[in-house]
Design a protein around this ligand. Structure first.
Ligand code: FAD
Length: 314
């Protein structure tokens, strides 16, 4: 079922979860174990993140530096296929413009269609120090809105090359939104202008970046509505487990922690996990009371603390 159908048909709390593929060289069990831990919480759908190739530098014992280009976490489509077909849970495959040609994207969408996967999250991704060279006869998307446009054409059966009697590929499409603005955007208004461009190009719903102050989400939704965005805006939450994350999370995701949360964590670091779980529970309760369409949890590879947050709702 499509994400928008889940949202339309929901009669109770709707929770979705986001996981990461295992690092290269590990088994798929790392991902399926996380899925198994989430099963009691009735996942409406599970997102699997995508990862572009990055350039990594190793220093050899002789002091020389070796540059290697590889994907740290390959396997997004394979894991989605397993979740969808073994666990019978709908999956949302993340697709990136960064590091992929339009031709590779079209092939990935054909593969997803064969696997019975009909949900994708269209994203730009970030450049991991590797500027992939594109052959002259290959084309690429740059912004997420370009990818949305390509997927929208495939929904009408329009492939990159003219194909006689080509079949449409039926995808529900989400895009990312940023209550505290995307880090490259000059201001929130401009960011929402480009968010609307993604929705106007065919996106069916928005999932937000994590936030720790619900007011940021409520204000963001108001601003989106004022800008003419009418689709569902799914709030994204992350459970914080230790005081180290008070610096790593803002560095990676460009989000703020509220003063009250920071004080609680710093005053009692030995109970950081409990404080983080209680904070997320409070956020969840307040969002549910505000009738949000559903709540999306950034689980990544550790379902334990998210389970503590959502179990009370079942
Ligand atoms: P875009 O929508 O393309 O926006 C990027 C920036 O460009 C913004 O500042 C926007 O305001 C600006 N912009 C957009 N259009 C234009 C235009 N036409 N002209 C000028 N400026 C423009 N990353 C991954 O690598 N893998 C994942 O699986 C992944 N999953 C994510 C899931 C969610 C829910 C979220 C919120 C983020 C995720 N990310 C993921 C991170 C995301 O890829 C980065 O935040 C990336 O920097 C921006 O992606 P985007 O799709 O929001 O980009």
């Amino acid at each position: 079922m499509k994400v928008t159908e889940h949202i339309d048909k929901a009669s109770g709390p709707l929770f979705s979860f986001e996981i990461v593929p295992p690092p290269r060289g590990k088994t798929i069990k790392a991902a399926t174990d996380v899925v198994e831990q989430l099963l009691p919480h009735n996942p409406a759908w599970i997102d699997v993140t995508a990862h572009p190739a990055g350039a990594y530098y190793n220093e050899n014992p002789d002091g020389s530096v070796e540059r290697k280009v590889y994907k740290k976490r390959p396997g997004t489509i394979g894991i989605c296929g397993v979740i969808q077909n073994r666990f019978k849970i709908d999956t949302v495959t993340h697709l990136l413009t960064q590091g992929f040609t339009k031709e590779e994207t079209e092939d990935a969408l054909i593969e997803l269609n064969y696997l019975g996967i009909h949900n994708v999250l269209a994203l730009r991704g970030d450049n991991l120090n590797y500027n992939k060279k594109y052959a002259k006869d290959r084309s690429r998307n740059f912004y997420a809105s370009d990818l949305v446009k390509q997927i929208n054409l495939l929904r009408k059966g329009e492939y990159l090359d003219d194909i006689n009697n080509s079949l449409p590929l039926d995808f529900c499409m989400g895009v990312a939104g940023y209550p505290e603005k995307h880090f490259e955007a000059p201001n929130l208004k401009t960011d929402i202008h480009y968010l609307k461009e993604k929705v106007d190009a065919g996106a069916d719903y928005i999932v937000t970046q994590m936030f720790f102050n619900n007011q940021a989400y409520f204000d963001f939704v108001d601003s989106c509505r004022a800008a003419g965005i009418t689709c569902p805006i799914v709030p994204g939450l992350k459970v914080i487990k230790n005081t180290k994350q008070l610096t790593t999370v803002p560095r990676h995701f460009y989000v703020d922690f509220p003063d009250e949360f920071v004080s609680q964590m710093l005053e009692d670091p030995d109970h950081a996990e409990e404080i983080g779980i209680n904070w997320a529970k409070k956020q969840t309760e307040e969002l549910m009371a505000a009738n949000v369409p559903s709540i999306h949890f950034y689980v990544m590879n550790d379902a334990k603390s998210v389970s503590q947050v959502v179990k009370k709702f079942f």
